[in-house]
Design a protein around this ligand. Structure first.
Ligand code: F6P
Length: 337
């Protein structure tokens, strides 16, 4: 068999470990041919590819980013100046001309949705979930998340010293437009006093009261962790709004820190390397067994797969019932409600 691998959407620690997991299993265990497709789905349209062998897949396990390059191109939307119907035809034709038996699509929610569109075009496709946001429906965890939580927690740890030395409130913004998984896990691990998630909403008065109560108890320093996607009035960046409100209402000096892309750069954690390797290997096993149209996923510590059609268009969000939130509330941590 001959397979293609592409990565699409934002980069994320663990993509290269996945490429290696898929590719080496394919070449060494199943005797398949493997090509890499550059820059996401646009690489299929432009036939921008490279051959993979054992050598080219060596030395990439611990590399951040993706050796294939990535893009947010949605091939069946109006991009690349080619009409949609023609693009579908180009994709089918190039897939055939490249002699592919399957394309492995490594990516987040958007990628899995597009992968399902390719299934409907008649292509054999396997999805591998990837995102630091951990918000892909159907899998308990995605690689990249553990690395991002480690980076964010390390940053929060470092902010504690300024908070306590200067008696300040430190507001830290972490990634997560729709889902607050990084804020929840890094906030709890970093000992935050307030954690705000897009899914739960928040009441500003509860947040400022909590900080004021701490000050009255002799703790004029607090750590507030917010996800970038929380609501804020007047289209202000949430981190600016929260910082200004806290300072204005409590009178305590308040500073902001935005972690940004640092959270998804650099080497994957050992946990993410192994997760990516297992998911990659299982993707190849599905191909060998001709079980196409599926996304590999984790259920507890078991690698499984589900139909891409079940994943497409859904998100895995934090709920108020999450054990870490319940436990946080029992210890006086505020989630803004
Ligand atoms: O990878 C997911 C994510 O990191 C989000 O949390 C973030 O908002 C988004 O990607 C931003 O990525 P880009 O600027 O590359 O579109």
């Amino acid at each position: 068999m001959k397979i293609g691998i592409l990565s699409s959407g934002g980069d994320c620690p663990g993509i290269n470990a996945t490429i290696r997991g898929v590719g080496k299993t394919a070449i060494m265990h199943y005797n398949m041919e493997v090509i890499g497709i550059h820059s996401g789905f646009s690489g299929i349209i432009e036939k921008d590819i490279q051959e993979f062998d054992e050598q080219t897949l060596s030395g990439i396990l611990n590399l951040g980013g993706t050796i294939l390059g990535t893009s947010r191109e949605k091939p069946l939307r109006k991009q690349l100046e080619i009409p949609e119907s023609e693009k579908a035809e180009i994709i089918r034709r190039n897939y055939k001309e490249l002699g592919l038996d399957c394309v492995v699509c490594i990516g987040g929610n958007g990628t899995q949705k597009t992968a399902n569109v390719l299934v409907n075009l008649g292509l054999n496709v396997i999805g591998v979930p990837k995102t630091i946001d951990n918000d892909i429906w159907g899998t308990d965890i995605t690689f990249g998340f553990d690395t991002a939580v480690n980076i964010a927690t390390g940053a929060i740890d470092r902010l504690h010293s300024t908070a306590s030395s200067h008696k300040r409130v430190m507001v830290v913004e972490v990634m997560g437009h729709h889902a607050g998984w990084i804020a929840l896990y890094a906030g709890m691990a970093g000992g935050a006093d307030v954690i705000l998630l897009p899914e739960l909403g928040y009441d500003m008065e509860i947040v400022t009261n909590m900080i004021w109560e701490r000050a009255k108890k002799g703790k004029p320093y607090s750590i507030v962790v917010i996800a970038e996607g929380i609501d804020s009035p007047n289209r202000k960046r949430p981190v600016d709004y929260i910082t200004k409100q806290i300072e204005a209402v409590t009178g305590i000096e308040t500073r902001e820190t935005v972690l940004g892309y640092i959270q998804r750069g650099g080497n994957p954690s050992p946990f993410d390397r192994n997760l990516a390797t297992r998911l990659g290997g299982h993707a190849t096993e599905l191909i060998a067994n001709k079980q196409f149209g599926r996304m590999v996923c984790m259920k507890g510590d078991t690698v499984e797969s589900i139909p891409l059609s079940e994943v497409a268009g859904k998100l895995k969000l934090v709920t108020h019932e999450h054990d870490l939130i319940k436990q946080g509330e029992r210890m006086g941590i505020s989630f803004g409600k």
